[in-house]
Write a protein that binds this ligand. Sequence first.
Ligand code: GZL
Length: 327
Amino acid sequence: MKKSIFAAAAMLGALAMVATGCAGGGAPGAGGNGGGSDLITVGFAQTGSESGWRAANTESMKKAFSEENGFKLTFNAADNKQEAQISAVRNFINQGVDAIVIAPITVDGWDDVLKEAKDAGIPVILEDRTVSASDDLYASWVGLDFEQEGRTAGEWVKENFDGKGANLVVLEGTTGSSAALDRATGFDEAIKGTDVKVMDSQTGDFTRDGGKKVMEGYLQKYGKDINVLFAHNDDMGLGALDAIKAAGLTPGKDIQIVTIDAVKDGMTALANGEFNFIVECNPLLGEKAAALVKDVVDGKTVEKRTIVEDQSFTQEQAAEVLDSRPY
Ligand code: GZL
């Protein structure tokens, strides 16, 4: 009895609040930010903080999705765990944001939550990595050509080591991520037909610690037989430097190193001769992602895919540009 009287009173109270506009939630299109505000509410589900690249990408996104640029940003970093990232997206849907941006940790597992966002009428923009889900489940993607990045790294290996009976080991990025999958595809394609021997290939999860641990294992197993290391990102390569030096070997000479990203610490290692070649992967995607969100929320038609250009660097080129690099 008591419960039903309480429920009735609560209902009357709620009806009164809605009638006087105190219920918050705002008019449609003003997102879940308490009504009235013309800021575009955006939920950004970032992978985590696994690397220097990720830090630069997060900074670029937060700068672009600022209040002075017309956004109210809710940021979540998922500590490189996809289930945490998916639950962050579900929270954004429940908050009724105007748009959701995702840097998807892995390619698979997104269909259900992207359908939930679509059913809720909330557009999703992907930045950085891609997903295997149908592209009618998201409005647009902005990122890099990972396959070309891997191909460019492989072409450098072919150019410098084909015909020399070189032994190579690989530090792969996060298992199941489009960055790792596509870089491997491009790299393998480039070295096909050469006599470069890939002795081992394991994931270091894009982290320094992961790169160091896997490289320690490679050195115990293969020792001085290793001539070349291909790391899917600078951070794993930087972690491998510690292991190579601890084994009494000279990185850049005893073991030549090619990586991808071109973040400050990687370019410093390249300029000082510890790395031998870096393929850039531009993390500054914030402005493009913010422009896509604005256009989509305004109901404009947008390109389904936007690829940002990359470049590559030798040791000499790194020394020249190091001080002027934006990240
Ligand atoms: C690439 C990005 C990768 C970087 C890593 O766009 O997804 O993830 O290469 C980062 O440094 O962790």
